[in-house]
Design a protein around this ligand. Structure first.
Ligand SMILES: C[S@@+](CC[C@H](N)C(=O)[O-])C[C@H]1O[C@@H](n2cnc3c(N)ncnc32)[C@H](O)[C@@H]1O
Length: 258
């Protein structure tokens, strides 16, 4: 997958939970993962989570398929692996943890992604998976819905990803792979952003829709006009609430016997 530097910057922006939210996220990761454990950040992108995992006291390795994301992650000075998350280049029972933030759902064969996560984890190993949540912020929710409706004919991987209709399905698949399904953890953060920044960010996201450039530009213009009519000045900063929901799974069975 190819990404421009602007797309990567806008993509990373959506993860920003602000100072307080980020501190809570670090404390949460420290509680979930075993201290000092090697954690594979699958589909880790440009390395947004790397400093947070380090601050949480674990040792991250970043895996992604995109050369552009891996190039952007070079600034994190983290071990980087270019590989497909449905075929992890690790031996069975090698890792203390998997961190997957908005990644496993971005492949058509999401079942293979879960099976691979199960295979490489040690017994007792932890998988922390953000499957994606419904935006709690009204502006974010409205802008996403409006833009995605306009580009519906060019839907992204969601159209190919059959069967992953809810996180219950994901939980059941992890359970069938020998995992205890623990209680999900939600971290809320705040950003100060303008409506224009939010619209541009939504339109730059290639995962939910991949319209050709002309259709994307038309949908962006339409969404900016619609947002101005509904929310007023596009360049007036406001607080935007971001919710990061992590599903947590603990490996139970000795690998190979589950
Ligand atoms: C929505 S981004 C999330 C990135 C990062 N985890 C985050 O939270 O910002 C999804 C990432 O998955 C990667 N990806 C998509 N398909 C993949 C595959 N088959 N194997 C490995 N990575 C993949 C993309 O390149 C992208 O970096």
């Amino acid at each position: 997958m190819r990404f421009s530097p602007v797309q990567i910057a806008l993509h990373d922006d959506q993860r920003d939970l602000g100072t307080a939210g980020t501190a809570i996220l670090v404390r949460t990761l420290a509680r979930l993962f075993p201290p000092g454990g090697t954690i594979l950040d699958v589909g880790g992108g440009s390395g947004w989570a790397v400093p947070l995992l380090r601050a949480a006291g674990v040792v991250p390795i970043l895996l992604d398929i995109s050369p552009d994301m891996l190039a952007a992650a070079a600034r994190r000075t983290v071990p980087r692996i270019q590989a497909d998350l449905t075929r992890l280049p690790f031996r069975t029972a090698a890792l203390a943890g998997i961190h997957a933030s908005y990644a496993l759902q971005n492949v058509a064969d999401w079942r293979a992604a879960i099976h691979e996560s199960a295979r490489v984890l040690l017994p007792g190993g932890i998988a922390v998976v953000a499957w994606g949540s419904v935006p709690t912020d009204e502006l974010l929710r409205d802008v996403s819905a409006h833009y995605l409706n306009l580009v519906r004919p060019w839907s992204g991987v969601e159209a190919e990803r059959r069967g992953l209709d809810s996180t219950d399905v994901a939980d059941a698949t992890f359970a069938a792979c020998g995992f205890d399904v623990l209680r999900p953890v939600s971290v809320t953060g705040n950003q100060i952003r303008t409506p224009r920044q939010i619209v541009e960010r939504v339109a730059a996201n290639p995962f939910r829709a991949r319209p050709p450039a002309k259709a994307r530009a038309a949908a962006l213009t339409d969404t900016l006009g619609w947002t101005r009519a509904r929310y007023g000045d596009l360049d007036l900063s406001r607080e935007v609430t971001i919710q990061h929901v992590m599903h947590v799974y603990r490996r139970l069975d000795p690998p190979g016997t589950g």
